[in-house]
Design a protein. Sequence first.
Lengths: 334, 131
Amino acid sequence: MSFHSQALRLLIVEDNPGDYILIEDYLGEEVVRPAIVHATTFAQARESLSEPIAFDAILLDLSLPDNSGEALVNEIVQLAGPAPVIVLTGYANKGFSIRTLSLGVSDYLLKDELTASQLYKSIAYSMERKRIQLKLNESEENYRNLFHLSPLPMWVYDVETYRFLNVNEAAIKNYGYSREELLSMTIKDIRPPEDVPKLEEIVRTTISPGITYQGAIRHCNKKGEIRLVEIQSSAIEFEGKKARIILANDITERMNYLRAIEDKNQKLQEIAWIQSHVVRAPLARIMGLVEFIANQPATNPESAELLNYILTSANELDEVIRTIVMKTEQVENQ
Amino acid sequence: MSLKILIVDDDSVIILLHKEMVKRFISNDLLCFLNGKSTLDYLTEHVNEGDSFLIFLDINMPIMNGWQFLDAIQALPFSNMISVVMVTSSIDTKDRGKAKQYPQVIDFVEKPLSIKTCNQLKQLPQLAGLL
């Protein structure tokens, strides 16, 4: 019975030669040409585990001449990396063997009851379980990173106590509080006091799961500066508590920039109004006066020429004013 | 049936110029006012049956500006006997659009009133038979 296409690479840590031979025999029955490395001491085991080629599984006897019991289990589990550790033990050690499962050991086998198929089954199951566990860890790690390494500030808070349950790096950086400080605070502490009733209202109305909230609100950093923040929030369950996860985008700079542009537009319109109404009034007077004088019967030719120059200049100025007003009207209409 | 010309402007130089222009090219029968209020007072007190008016109206004036004046004359019983030419130094297109909403406004001209403008005004159908 063998469903492994590749040769299994196993480390057997066993100081009793009789036990070792038995295990080797059993393995030979079930596995085609297993690659077995045999260590009789903890020192040898450690050396084998430091080699770059990984083992598929480690079979570990609980009492070695240079290490034993919990200390041994801890050290081997640590060194094993992705390889599952299966403990081999006698009746006397059964109670402790069960406890080793919580130390990261994948399975335990009683030597006195060991059969070839049982051994093989334990190795195959342990390998598969370890593989799934590693995948799960990796997936959890990815999700943690999505939260912790997000460039936008994020946090999770408890909807009943308003306490921060978790905060990411960007939140720490943006608000100026340390992780420990934030985790001892509530989300009310990052609001201006006068905005707290509004916050309570938002939390109350979005408390049921599934409702996402979006909006621009005011936050307060550690320095006491008011920041304008765009919030997105969704309900989640976090460590058994009803919570919401928040994504906070600081839009203070953007809003300041917009306001500055609006102010400039306002001034531009005022300039247009001044050009159109105030500057042009005396100009209209000059143009009218020149035409009036030029049409007097007694005007001599020399004066008429000079008047014409004035009129040309006034017309040029009139064109300039018209251009300015037209341009500001275009800005206004955009 | 007589047509009276009223020139309404707070700028005395403009009044002087427009008075001469209107006298020479449109009509001798004219009066000048410095704001909308004095014009309105004149209209309510001195109007006779069969009189009609052509008003050269400035926009920006103290006491009662051109717009306020236009609003006020809507209530006059003889408002249909009044024709208004808006005369303004403003080249704001919004003012032009707003002026169109008043039925009495027959034209919108920019200062200064030129000979050419006066001649064009005389051709307006609304003034046919009055001059």
